[in-house]
Design a protein around this ligand. Structure first.
Ligand code: DGJ
Length: 722
């Protein structure tokens, strides 16, 4: 049983396999936060601090309960708590933005409550959900806080509904699903800022006094700051110390805040910030928030990552559908927009000969898409390029013995397209202003249900019933002038949120319409690398940057919050690098961090290279299950000295895959000790690559890998228990 509601003490306790979360009802009305941490007996906790400075209070309670001091389970704007708030609500009849929701009741139930129109973590009946009802006496609004407990991976999710049961309209001006008061401000933050082609660059630093935010205002979770972040004890390492992980099951603009305050505590908030969001709630209407997730471990940062990996694999990814992934050959870096059906056919035949599973025809197959300045929105095959349409072409490709995947970018339109000429009013644009372009494209107004219906009809007409095995769903610009002509002025603050709901509606439709097709999402590479997208797409194109050098950093950062199974990794050809055996080897070993693919012209390479690729794919097949589902341990951080090392372990420790990647030259040939904590002391392991044997104790103490004199060096070990 993971949730206990004690009427006697007023305490509500949530337990996962290794953590405990406690809140309590105080002075009848108020819900305070007591504890979140290790699940251990005798742990002491409190909600209060002995400070009274300048803090307003309730006359009938007195100084014992100061809204500005206590750890709050959920926080509201304007009524004595000066810290950053979770919920800000404005009563439109008076203009007041002060609210105070008080406790009404708590109940628990098996399973979870689904969130209509939004992605959420899947839960079976072994999961429990806590529902807390609160009410604001003045507005009459009813708030229901939900905590769904994923005990198997020590994750708790948080989301809420707000029903306007009052007589007047209100506006939600800030909506943070997660509110957590941590009883210390001695914390490091680990977060993942970046840019296009440089996503998820690991950063760690001590939190400062004040309010620190990580956010996106771009209408997508963005390359620029991933919504996953961690807080940890400044002494925490990969294997030791207290650490928290936070994320959102959402793909649009977001805000997370980490705020320290006078008692030496820290408030963490995560959700939809007021920069890009407000929401009108008329009497009788209900708002459903997206979902936020939190995990904790006292066993280090690595364990927080593994909690998240397990959570994503078991509860987010469409897992049962595609346990193994195709090794793809993607046309983009080989031909860019120059798609020719005969060349594609030869490409497919060569892919099959080499041992690849799927041809993915990227951008350039539709409308007048000869370059990136035309065609988006016109999802019919270019008649000059596909003389008899797509069906016979796909059939010929598949007759070569490979599967077939296709690229789409449904949310966008080029001004030079039939769609835009017919519906110039279907884009996001600010009244009276010339819409901005990015890559010659506009964003379709995905908040407009007619646009969604049109896209469904268009994809059904052009692609419905075709034997497509895979879609690459791209999104190549960010949302500016976020204004929908279909909504009244007072609802314009909802456009970004409604845009995301439109995207989720369409991508869920794709899942139903093409039930056997896998979806890989992409946004100029990894610009929408988040749990919202992962609910629909089995893997994500990690980055447009395919240089192994940079990939080491990008992939390393991605592993903190996301399982390697989500990280699409391709071997590319940079200035002939595939003809240099060392570089080809380094590119391949770097790509063995996730589902493998290739992205260059295999018609223009020699037989020797082709043989190498065939051997690579066979080798990948040996490790595939471990890469997609093994427990992941980081050993060396590439940001320190250009060495990235990690390993995967099978659940029973019988198989371990260790990778060492070295980017710079090292004339000194430095030794690197790589400790495999998951090796079993009494066991003997054989490395199937070198044939050497090692004792488990030796691996645990650490095996030594000597750096190579020259950079771009990779070494792998595949230990199998004898
Ligand atoms: C951006 C993607 O990240 C690339 O892989 C490729 O699909 C292009 N878009 C196509 O326009």
């Amino acid at each position: 049983m993971s949730i206990k509601i004690s009427r006697k003490t007023g305490e509500i306790t949530i337990k996962t396999a290794n953590t405990m979360y406690v809140m309590a009802r105080k002075y009848e009305d108020y819900l305070v936060h007591m504890y979140y941490g290790k699940n251990s007996r005798g742990v002491k906790y409190d909600y209060n601090y002995p400070i009274t400075s300048f803090s307003p209070y309730h006359e009938e309670i007195g100084l014992e309960y100061l809204p500005d001091i206590v750890k709050s389970e959920f926080s509201f704007f304007g009524y004595g708590d000066f810290r950053a708030e979770a919920l800000k609500l404005r009563d439109l009849s008076t203009g007041s933005d002060t609210t105070m929701f008080t406790f009404v009741k708590a109940r628990k139930f098996a399973g979870r409550r689904n969130i209509p129109g939004l992605p959420y973590a899947e839960a079976d009946d072994n999961t429990e959900t806590l529902e807390i009802t609160m009410r604001d006496a003045v507005t009459g609004c009813e708030l229901k806080l939900y905590y769904t407990v994923f005990a198997d991976c020590d994750v708790i999710s948080r989301y809420f509904t707000l029903e306007n049961k009052g007589k007047n309209s209100v506006r939600i001006e800030k909506c943070m699903m997660l509110c957590l008061d941590i009883p210390t401000k001695e914390l490091d933050m680990i977060n993942f800022p970046g840019a296009h082609c440089f996503e998820r660059m690991y950063k760690r630093g001590r939190i400062m006094d004040g309010n620190q935010r990580i956010y996106s205002r771009r209408g997508s979770s963005s390359h620029h700051q991933n919504p996953f972040f961690m807080l940890c004890d400044p002494k925490a390492t990969e294997e030791r110390g207290a650490a928290y992980g936070f994320n959102l099951v959402y793909s649009g603009s977001y805000l997370s805040e980490v705020e320290t305050e006078q008692c030496g505590t820290t408030r963490v908030l995560s959700g939809l910030g007021s920069d890009n969001f407000n929401y009108l709630l008329l009497p009788g209407e209900t708002f459903e928030s997206p979902e936020a997730v939190v995990t904790y471990s006292d066993r280090g940062i690595g364990q927080v990552s593994r909690n998240m990996h397990k959570f994503v694999r078991n509860h987010i990814l469409p897992k049962d559908k595609f346990p193994l992934r195709p090794v793809v050959l993607n046309s983009w870096e080989a031909f860019y927009f120059d798609i020719d059906e005969n060349v594609m056919e030869d490409f497919a035949a060569e892919a099959e000969r080499i041992g690849m599973d799927m041809l993915v025809m990227d951008d350039g197959w539709f409308g007048k898409r000869l370059s990136d300045n035309a065609g988006l929105g016109d999802w019919y095959p270019n008649p000059d390029r596909f003389k008899n349409g797509l069906r016979p072409f796909i059939e010929r490709v598949k007759a070569k013995g490979v599967k077939f995947g296709i690229w789409i970018e449904p949310e966008m339109v080029n001004p030079d397209s039939d769609l835009y000429r017919a519906h110039p009013d279907w884009i996001l644009r600010a009244p009276g202003r010339e819409p901005l372009q990015s890559r010659w494209q506009y964003m379709l107004d995905m908040a407009n249900p007619h646009v969604i219906q049109y896209l469904k009809d268009s994809f059904k007409e052009n692609l419905g019933g075709l034997p497509i095995d895979y879609f690459k769903w791209d999104m190549n610009r960010h949302l500016s002038e976020v204004y929908s002509p279909t909504l009244p002025p007072e609802r314009q603050g909802e456009v970004g949120f409604r845009y995301m709901k439109g995207v989720y509606d369409l991508i869920a439709w794709f899942g139903e319409e093409f039930p056997d097709a896998m979806i890989e999402t992409c946004s100029g590479g990894g610009g929408r690398y988040d749990l919202g997208m992962m609910k629909y797409s089995t893997q994500i194109w990690t980055s447009d940057n395919t240089y192994p050098y940079w990939r080491a950093f990008i992939q390393h950062g991605s592993t903190f919050g996301y399982p390697c199974a989500t990280m699409s990794c391709h071997v590319a050809n940079h200035n002939g690098s595939v003809n240099d055996p060392r570089q080809l080897e380094f590119g391949f070993r770097t790509a063995l961090n996730g589902p493998l693919g290739y992205e260059f012209n295999v018609l223009a390479i020699g037989d020797e290279v082709k043989d190498t690729l065939s051997r690579q794919i066979k080798e990948y097949r040996e490790y595939e299950k471990l890469i997609l589902g093994g427990d992941f341990y980081r050993l060396l951080d590439p940001h320190k000295n250009g060495r990235y090392s990690y390993y995967f372990a099978s659940e029973d420790n019988s198989e371990i895959l260790l990778t060492y990647l070295q980017i710079p030259d090292d004339p000194k040939k430095t030794p690197n000790k790589l400790k495999i904590s998951r090796a079993e002391v009494g066991a003997t392991y054989r490395d199937t690559i070198s044939g050497e044997t090692f004792s488990g104790a030796e691996l645990k103490k650490g095996i030594t890998v000597i750096s190579d004199e020259h950079g771009n060096y990779a070494k792998m070990f595949h230990f199998v228990k004898e």
